[in-house]
Structures are given as structure tokens and as C-alpha cells.
Design a protein around this ligand. Sequence first.
Ligand code: SIN
Ligand code: FE
Length: 315
Amino acid sequence: MSIDTPTLVPQSAAGAVPAGAALDLIRTQPYTDWAPAVAAETRATLRRELEQGAVLYFPNLHFPFQSGEERFLDSRWSDGKSKNINLRADDRAVRGATGSEKDLADLYALIRRYAESSESLIHALFPEYIPHMTRAGTSLRPSQIAGRPVSWRKDDTRLHVDSFPSNPMLGKRLLRVFHNIDPAEPRVWRVGEPFGDFAKHFVPKTHGMWPGQAWLMKQLHITKRTRSEYDHRMLQLHDLAKADLDYQKTVPQQEFRFPPGSTWIVFSDQLLHAAMRGRAMMEQTIYLDPQAISDHTHSPEAVLTRMLGRPMLAA
Ligand code: SIN
Ligand code: FE
């Protein structure tokens, strides 16, 4: 399926999607500024769409390089061990990169500026989130993603929702701001059916934790904190989706090409997504307390709680 598909069915991100149907999950926005003035009514619409699982897409929201920064569009800055160059919030050390002291300082300035721009965008669009948000990692991903030799579990060209084995979220939401910083190549994504439909497909194949399992994983430093049932189920959903090649092919989905210089925002723990091609991207992760969400109908934790008939975050 491509964006040229002539008959995209207009589709609320919330509703069930018939097999084989095309989706239309991209909501295009006019803003050109990282701190736009947005009317309250528009903000409410954007928030509803985002929380329902749509992609907020800003084709004209550019993140310009400052002089000399174009040199970072090259995988030679990666240290070869990690796939991304990362900056943790409140850290001054860029991780996963090699270069001279000056290069690393310039790289820090670039990534830090992206973190600040992303944060100001979220502040401007969703002021209600401000008391509930925490800046997490910022990354520069300067390598082509197509054709990379990775295990199926790490293969982000397969549709998945984000979930991390060692970093239990305990219900905190993953809000991400992406920017295609490559001057020439689009970043090609696939996005898939609403979380509720995805969950219906795979939750029956997931299982709970053994008594003591969460405690033991924490003791053995497999997890940074005690894993909740929510995290345990989300991780299985991530793996089950990636392992099922038939599902990957047949699930209702949409391909979208984010052009150079464009920006997009998603809840990546909710939206089924896959990154197929693309050379250089920047990404900001924000953790959001669940109480920030105004419409819980579609949040993964609410969907799992409803399906399994008990709270997912109990100790
Ligand atoms: C992902 O979040 O799965 C990857 C996104 C990307 O690299 O474009
Ligand atoms: Fe992902």
C-alpha cells in the first residue's frame, strides 16, 4: 500500500478497521514554528486526535542546522556499538558517538537544541501536559535503516508498539517527536490498525507473570525497576506482532513518506508503527503521567485493563 492509493477510507483512529481496509491516520498541521500560537479549540482537537492514536504531521516545521552541523549527517559519528547517538535528559555526555572534544561538544549542542525545540512544541500544543511530562532521551539516528542486519525482535521495519525489556514504564506514556533531518530522503513509515484491534488480536496469546518474577528480574538487574503486569503484557505484544509475518502483511495499514525537513508526533506505545527506509532522523522521547490523558478509552493500559478485567498496575 502506498500514499498514492486512490481510495483511502477516511477513518477515525478510534474505530475498528475491517481487514484489508486502508487507514488514514495522518493529521497534517500548518505550523512552521516550534512555539506556535494555537487556538484553544484547535489544541483540543489535536489532543483528541493524538490520544486516539493518530500521527500529528507538520510538513513545514523544519529544524535547521547551524553552520557546520551538516557534518553530523553521517554514520561515521556512531561508535559502532549503539545504533543511535543519544543524549539523556540533564546529561552533558553524548552517548554512542565518537569524535574530537569539539565534535562531541557540537553534537551535544545540536541534540540539546532539538530537545528544547521539541519540548517547546509540546508545551505550545498541549499546555495541559506540562505538569505531567518529563523529558527523557533525545537521539540522532544517522544511519540508513533499510537492510540493517538486526534480530527480528530489534527489527523496527516490522510493525510494533514501543516497549522496553529493561525499562518498565509503569503506565507512563511514551510521547515522541520525530524529525526527518535528512536533506534528500524521505523517512518511510508504515502505521497500522488502532491499538484496541491490535490488542484483540494478540492479548489472548499473552500471559501474566509468575509469582516473584518481577521481584527476581529487578534483583538480577534485568529490569531497572519492578516490572508491572502492564509492562509484561506490552512487551509480549511488541514481540508477538514482530514475530507474526502474516499479521505484518495483512493488518490494515498505511505507508507514509515523511519528507526531508518534516516533523511528526505520536504516542509510540499506542500507534503501531514501522520504519522502513530513511537516512537521518532526530527523536525526542517524553514520558507522560497517565493522568495527563483526557480520553483514556484508547490508552494501552486502559485497553488491557478492560480486556483482562483487572488493573494492570497493581504491585
Ligand atoms: C521506531 O520508533 O520504531 C523507529 C522510528 C524510526 O527510526 O523512524
Ligand atoms: Fe518503535
